[in-house]
Design a protein around this ligand. Structure first.
Ligand code: AMP
Ligand code: MG
Length: 518
């Protein structure tokens, strides 16, 4: 196993001078060196070959004992020094103070094919940032992170990646439903990969502590390594840096909206400075199209992070980042202008995204109404988002649209005359609208199918893989991993995964609702 190790992060940025792994507030440093915990009986469950290749590793590397040892924290790659990062964050709208990598340990930075990667373990034990947690992760949440990050990548959504999923052989105590019933679960570690795992919260923590020197050091480093096109640090560069982060964040969220992904915990400590989807916790996929839906039971009351609110939360989070960067810029107007642009761009991009989902390319001033009416209709009765949009590419005329609704509506008894009339009316308008398009219907169908996925990681699918894995059978993890590599392909052999959520899953824990316990 040969890696082209680069230690730019730990070389350029200040480390915690305290080398003890005790829980505490860490000042004046970006990270603390820490050793992953030894595991008792590690075993590899799955590896992403796509990610392996990107790191310049081979399949035989992935089956070596060394790989297993490193990816479960039992060995350290030569000449590397694992570390946990200090960051803070706004959680559910309030400043939460120092958080940090409580159960993530960055192993090393490596370069292959002109791309820098940071490899990180999630669930490898305590760090100075573990607060009241144990630094460990259980199998169910690790499977969810592993499968979803690779699925998102293949959907074309900016995301951190996953390299491997392993069992530690240790037991971990969790109160899954937060109802006082703790139980032991299988411990697991995911090795995940991204150019960087820096979050808005890394910048916020220094700003809140008025540690402007380290704020500047971290910002300069981030620009130099990840936004080099912006040039040498200066006030103008910092403004442009904020603009780029705002654009990337908006792009990421529009992609979530396109595929029906709900992150569930959009706290600023879970917002990547590179605009990547990060920290797969109680996320979920829309089944019935519903702007008000969130999978996260912790957010059940206010639904702050519901599907329809994600773009506004992105803006709120950027506002916090703007506040954090303000000391480097000393002028509010340019930051405010960027936040204003986010709002305007959101409107434009949202329209563009919905038009593409509908296969519309030309301009028509009535399109926003057509889309509004569609979104209203989709929420009249429970209607499956993925199936609806996927089948829409097969729509030819308003005399034949029922096959789309038959396949996507959950309870046919709810399909009243009123609902039916509304759909009839919408499909007539849609048919007329399609006549304005010059594109050959066959090509339109192809384009729509490349934009509206057929296969997403439905909540119950992940839960089925988890239930099997808890019994020691990992074949479903492998099957889902493979289906989700080609989310836009027809893949008739996997047709069973192009189906509405089964009724048994409607209220099952893990399928329709999730807590943050992981
Ligand atoms: P999350 O909600 O998973 O993004 O986590 C919020 C914060 O809690 C982060 O600082 C995590 O590192 C930390 N955290 C979550 N779970 C654990 C755990 N089991 N042990 C230690 N820290 C944790
Ligand atoms: Mg987090």
């Amino acid at each position: 196993m040969n890696l082209n190790v680069k230690n730019s992060f730990i070389t350029a940025l200040p480390a915690d001078s305290n080398a003890e792994n005790t829980r505490r507030q860490v000042y004046n440093s970006v990270y603390s060196y820490v050793h992953p915990k030894q595991t008792s009986n590690p075993s590899l469950i799955h590896t992403s070959l796509e990610m392996l290749k990107k790191l310049g590793l081979t399949t035989s590397d992935a089956t070596s004992k060394k790989f297993l040892d490193i990816m479960t924290g039992n060995a350290i790659y030569p000449e590397t020094k694992p570390f946990a990062m200090a960051y803070g964050g706004h959680q559910f709208g309030n400043w939460a103070g120092q958080l940090g990598d409580g159960r993530a340990i960055n192993l090393f930075e490596t370069e292959y094919d002109n791309q820098r990667w940071m490899v990180q373990l999630k669930g490898a034990g305590e760090t100075p940032y573990s607060r009241s947690g144990d630094g460990l992760a259980v199998l169910r949440s690790s499977i969810r992170e592993y499968l979803c990050s690779e699925a998102m990548y293949h959907l074309g959504v900016p995301t951190t990646r996953a390299l491997s999923l392993s069992l530690t052989g240790d037991q971990v105590l969790r109160d899954m439903l937060y109802d006082g019933n703790s139980a032991y679960e299988k411990g697991a570690v995911v090795s995940r990969v991204a150019p960087s795992f820096l979050r808005f919260g890394n910048f916020e923590l220094f700003a809140v502590r008025n540690d402007i020197e380290n704020l500047k050091t971290l910002t300069d480093y981030t620009i130099e390594k990840f936004y080099p096109e912006l040039g040498e640090p200066s006030k103008e560069t910092y403004i442009q840096f904020f603009r780029k982060v705002a654009e990337k964040t908006l792009h990421m969220i529009m992609e979530w909206q396109r595929v029906g992904f709900v992150h569930g915990v959009m706290n600023t400590d879970n917002m990547s400075i590179l605009g990547l989807t990060i920290d797969y916790g109680p996320y979920g996929w829309l089944e019935g199209f519903d702007f008000g839906w969130t999978p996260n039971t912790t957010d059940r009351q206010h639904k702050r992070y519901r599907y329809g609110n994600q773009p506004s939360i992105g803006l709120w989070n950027l506002y916090q980042l703007a506040n954090a960067l303000y000391p480097l810029i000393d002028e509010a107007a340019p930051l405010q202008a960027i936040l204003q642009d986010y709002k305007a761009d959101y409107g434009k991009q949202s329209l563009e995204m919905m038009k593409q989902k509908l296969g519309l390319e030309t301009e028509n001033e009535r399109d926003p109404y057509l889309i509004q009416e569609l979104e209203d209709n989709l929420q009249l009765i429970e209607t499956d988002m993925t199936i609806f949009f996927r089948l829409l590419s097969g729509f030819e005329s308003a005399s034949n649209y029922k096959f789309i609704l038959n396949a996507s509506i959950y309870n046919p008894d709810e399909y009243s005359e009123e609902v039916s009339a509304k759909w009839e009316s919408w499909f007539q308008k849609y048919e007329k609208r399609l006549h304005e398009e010059a594109l050959d219907p066959y090509l339109r169908k192809e384009k729509m199918n490349a934009y509206n996925p057929k296969y997403v990681l439905r909540n119950y699918m992940a839960q089925m893989a988890i239930d099997e894995a808890n019994k020691g059978d990992y074949s479903l993890i492998d099957e889902l991993f493979n289906v989700l590599k080609h989310p836009y392909g027809e893949q008739p052999e996997y047709q069973k995964w192009f189906a509405k959520r089964p009724e048994w899953a409607r209220h099952k824990v893990g399928c329709s609702m999730l807590s943050c316990s992981s």
